[in-house]
Design a protein around this ligand. Structure first.
Ligand code: FMN
Length: 198
């Protein structure tokens, strides 16, 4: 199995992290992976802010929302919080707003998969207090905060489940997160949309 496909199959969103520091060289590598993602019209409107300083991390954390379906059970507890963040920023002077969400998605996934291959777990956080974070980082007017990628060496391993009747993930008594995914046969059509082929 190729390493990209293996990372795609194995990757899960991680919300509990070991407190081992991620080297700056790896954080740079992750941003490099984000920078090289496909970009509509090759506009490349994204910029990235890495936050790894403890004091700044602690001030950022309360502005992030975790695992809405099971809140507050998905909140990373003290001692298991992210050890770094990559903030994905949109440069308004460079973007076409119709295209930008696709660029963000492609960049974020490049970062997430590269991180996974390096043993680093991520949580893509879009539910956040944009105003408070923008103030915290002194975001200039030409930049918009889109998403925060929370990072750290993983300290949990959620389990993939076959979708039954709900998209909602859940935690079992042991604290393991279970994540349902629709079956391939629910989403794949070949040549005709009228029949399922698997
Ligand atoms: C655009 C986007 C926004 C997300 N925002 C949040 C968020 O604000 N907080 C959070 O805990 N998880 C967030 N997630 C993670 C999803 O909850 C997670 O991807 C989903 O439950 C499926 O789990 P999996 O990533 O392990 O496949 C987000 C994911 C995406 C793609």
């Amino acid at each position: 199995m190729s390493s990209v496909y293996r990372a795609i199959i194995q990757r899960r969103t991680i919300r509990r992290f070991k407190q081992k520091k991620i080297p700056r060289s790896l954080l740079k590598k992750l941003v490099n992976a984000g920078r090289l993602a496909p970009s509509a019209a090759n506009l490349q409107p994204l910029e990235f802010l890495v936050i790894d300083k403890k004091e700044l991390r602690e001030r950022l954390f309360p502005y992030l929302n975790w695992a809405g379906y099971i809140s507050p059970l998905g909140n990373p507890p003290v001692g298991k919080r992210p050890t770094a963040y990559i903030l994905i920023l949109i440069n308004k002077k460079k973007e076409n707003p119709l295209f930008t969400p696709y660029d963000v998605g492609a960049s974020a996934e490049n970062i997430i998969l590269t991180a996974w291959e390096l043993g680093i777990g991520t949580c893509w956080v879009k539910s956040l207090d944009r105003e408070k974070i923008s103030a915290l980082i002194n975001l200039p007017k030409n930049l918009i905060l889109d998403s925060v990628l929370a990072l750290g060496y993983r300290d949990e391993m959620p389990r993939l489940e076959v979708w039954r009747n709900s998209v909602k993930y859940w935690k079992d008594k042991a604290g393991c997160l279970h994540v349902p995914k629709r079956r391939l046969s629910d989403v794949l059509h070949i040549n005709s949309l009228s029949s399922s082929i698997l």
